[in-house]
Design a protein around this ligand. Sequence first.
Ligand code: AMP
Length: 218
Amino acid sequence: MYLILLGPPGSGKGTQAKVLADRYRWLHLSTGDMLREAVKAENMLGRAAKAYMDKGALVPDDLVIRMLVDRISRPDARNGFILDGFPRTLGQATALDEALGAEGKSIDMALNIAVPDEELIRRLGQRWLCPNCGAIYNEGPGREKEAGKCDNCGGQLYQRADDRPETAIARLEQQKPPWEMLAHYRRQGKLIDIDGTQSVKDVTTDLLHAIERVGVTR
Ligand code: AMP
């Protein structure tokens, strides 16, 4: 399966992509994670991307497309993947179609997790992460067994700089899936809308139903 998970920042894409990837043993590719690694490594891509990411803006298409197309050409992506955070523009969507098309492949479906803005801003302010194991705490710090420590591995929880309120609002304004990109997948008959205001578990259930439905009819 070649699957795309769409949705604004804070819609639960990352959490759901992990659940689906674990369940179906798909390769999970998050362009946000790849870019953060590049920034940490201080390589050329990271140096170019950092200023955009700090502002909550999108990294330019040419950089992100090159990074992603490179990544999906590796052998471990040959049998499928789930994309989390890509595409975010129509240009990225068509570049992905072209890269897969050159190999005789195409996206199977684009699952779009929809959540209203007010709810997204509230959620982003409460999201804390573990730097060691990648666990996501969506209710802010305070509910874990030991204050500020990851329940799984004891890592010191932190809040992403771009989840703080001012940047979170900028990210929402600039990073909602653009209608022309959604229209692109709708035209192809591949767009499936999922109600992202439900509990994490119920969103997973809806995603699984959508995937099984398409899987069965293919
Ligand atoms: P995320 O973890 O998906 O929220 O991404 C973190 C940041 O990385 C975003 O705020 C953007 O600055 C950048 N980014 C991630 N994916 C893309 C993409 N497909 N296109 C442009 N910028 C991206």
